[in-house]
Design a protein around this ligand. Structure first.
Ligand code: TNX
Length: 561
């Protein structure tokens, strides 16, 4: 009897095992017969092969990284991304890792060349675990953004939701087309808090954007404390576009500690910060602040000589007008103020570049000679701080001497062989590098469609609207005839601030268009295709919603129901 009972138990358990096996096969698609659909990753990886089977994050999963390595911080980032939705502990540990684990390895990634390894990564996922390898911590960080997108969209939930948390088996080798993939935010036209900017850093870095260009000053406001020049923020920060005599919007400014906190937060998301205080135009707020600063011991007692604006004495103008203010190149006071600004902001910033502005100074205010004289005096102040000058592409114009390797940001909508592309050619002739931000393809402040959205956005570059297709369908390396990837170092989306007042309005203009630009900057041109992009973009909709990111539900995109 005992033996018969043992036998019958054995048979039952064998049957159960077979039954379980059958159930397992029939309930999940047989991987070989039905390969997993290509996962929806944006920006599109350079190469992705979908294999058989999958990997599932469970309560037992560890995130494995060498102790005291830079991989450890990225492992902690991944755990922080995954914990809220899964509710799993996901401890960061060291050791060889098990089949249930996600391993992050810093070191040789033999499938990447040294230049690809600066930001590239190699990701393998399958039933025996996830292995993410990269030559740099930045590469690992890019890889964990891909891991997030390989998981079901529920992973973006801030509260626990039901799994399973499955990643299809994949082999991905990935690295960017351009080293500069920027997002510009104007906190001058309307003040934005450090917290708002940090949220946008979270959101942009998820799509592998690596540069935050902060436009911190313009005619309507100066937004960061500069030691020695308290008027710049005491007087200069107290308005915004549309304040109508400062009654509607009190403006605001950041302390230097606020700025440092944002730079550190960006660095933790592998984004560098490029500060811009525009010059010699776009600075009525500086002129209004310093014009009467006669007692400032750093100035020479007659700072009125900084003003080369239309108005003398200068006056506040809280409209969105441009081109009425300029600093005088003949005034030593102009450069005393700019030296303080440049040295203090440079010392706190992580980007190799410092942006001098240089846009939109009408020749009726400053002749080209005087304009060039201003920038030729200012740029050595930048190089003295160990930074490389960057500016709007007018900086390349006649008479300027940017050091070789300086960066021109090309914003003009003109393309091809149009005479209006002159600034791009001037930049190439001066051995400058170029960041492409043509307004018709990269200005995030332009309306999506006529009268859409009705209350936000400008139209000067996009009379018929600039929707996602417009942001996607262009090639930075052939946009201007004769300006190629020999010259172009990247792309930037510019979120100007005249019409947007808060985070939600900014998000609505930025998303989903910045996601299109992220692919323009990352994915090889030959691998990009709008029809192929749309379903991958559509898959971001639920993720943005769960993350609490407002976005424009563009009718071009087949959003999931
Ligand atoms: C142009 S193009 C500007 C900004 C405005 C923007 C509005 C350029 C470098 N400057 O001053 O905010 O248009 O779209």
């Amino acid at each position: 009897m005992p033996s018969r009972r043992r036998n019958s138990r054995l048979i039952v358990s064998l049957l159960a095992a077979v039954a379980g096996y059958v159930v397992a096969i029939s309930s999940s698609p047989p991987a070989s017969a039905q390969p997993t659909a290509t996962p929806h990753v944006v920006p599109k990886p350079v190469s992705m092969t979908v294999g058989t089977g999958d990997f599932t994050i469970t309560r037992q999963t560890h995130i494995v990284a060498e102790p005291q390595s830079a991989a450890r911080a990225v492992a902690a980032d991944l755990a922080a991304y995954l914990r809220p939705a899964t509710g799993y502990p996901l401890p960061v540990v060291s050791g060889p890792g098990r089949d249930s684990d996600i391993r992050l390895e810093l070191g040789d990634a033999p499938e990447l060349t040294p230049s690809q390894a600066a930001e590239g990564y190699v990701l393998d996922a399958g039933p025996d675990g996830v292995n993410l390898a990269a030559g740099t911590a930045h590469g690992l960080f890019n890889g964990i953004q891909t891991i997030r997108q390989l998981l079901p969209s529920g992973i973006e939930s801030r509260t626990t939701v039901q799994g399973p948390w499955t990643i299809p088996a994949v082999h991905i080798v990935d690295y960017p087309r351009y080293g500069y993939r920027g997002f510009m935010l104007d906190i001058a036209r309307h003040f934005q808090t450090p917290e708002t900017v940090m949220r946008l850093i979270d959101e942009a870095s998820a799509y592998k954007i690596n540069t935050l260009h902060l436009h911190v000053s313009d005619d309507q406001g100066f937004r960061i404390v500069i030691n020695g020049f308290p008027n710049l923020t005491d007087i200069g920060s107290q308005g915004s576009v549309g304040t109508d005599g400062r009654t509607m919007d009190p403006g605001g400014f950041w302390t230097q500690q606020d700025y440092r906190d944002v730079v550190a937060y960006a660095a933790a998301h592998f984004m560098t910060v490029v500060p811009e205080v525009d010059s010699p135009g776009h600075n009525n707020a500086i002129i209004m602040s310093e014009y009467n600063d006669t007692a400032n011991p750093l100035l020479d007692g007659h700072p009125q000589d900084i003003n080369c604006s239309v108005n003398n004495p200068p006056q506040w103008n809280f409209t969105g007008d441009v081109g009425y203010s300029a600093l005088c190149p003949e005034s030593d006071n102009s450069f005393t103020i700019y030296k303080a600004i440049i040295s203090q902001l440079s010392a706190m910033s992580t980007s190799p570049n410092y942006h001098v502005g240089g846009d939109e100074v009408p020749s009726s205010l400053l002749s080209q000679d005087r304009y060039a004289a201003f920038l030729n005096t200012e740029m050595p102040l930048v190089t003295a701080q160990g930074k490389t000058p960057m500016g709007w592409a007018e900086l390349a114009g006649p008479g300027t001497n940017p050091p070789a390797g300086s960066v021109a940001e090309y914003w003009n909508p003109a393309s091809g062989t149009s005479p209006d592309t002159a600034t791009a050619h001037e930049a190439v002739a001066k051995n400058m590098k170029i960041v492409m931000a043509p307004a018709t393809h990269a200005y995030l402040d332009q309306k999506y469609a006529p009268n859409t959205p009705p209350n936000l956005g400008l139209t000067w570059a996009c009379n018929n609207g600039c929707d996602v297709d417009q942001f996607y369908n262009w090639d930075p390396g052939s946009y201007v005839t004769g300006v190629t990837d020999q010259n172009v170092i990247g792309v930037e989306g510019a979120m100007w601030g005249e019409t947007v007042r808060n985070l939600s309005e900014i998000q609505y203009m930025v998303f989903p268009r910045l996601i299109a630009l992220s692919e323009v900057g990352w994915t090889p041109q030959a691998a990009r295709d709008f029809a192929d992009f749309l379903p991958r973009l559509a898959a971001q909709g639920p993720r943005l919603t769960l993350a609490g990111t407002n976005f424009y539900p563009s009718p071009e995109v087949p959003w999931p129901a």
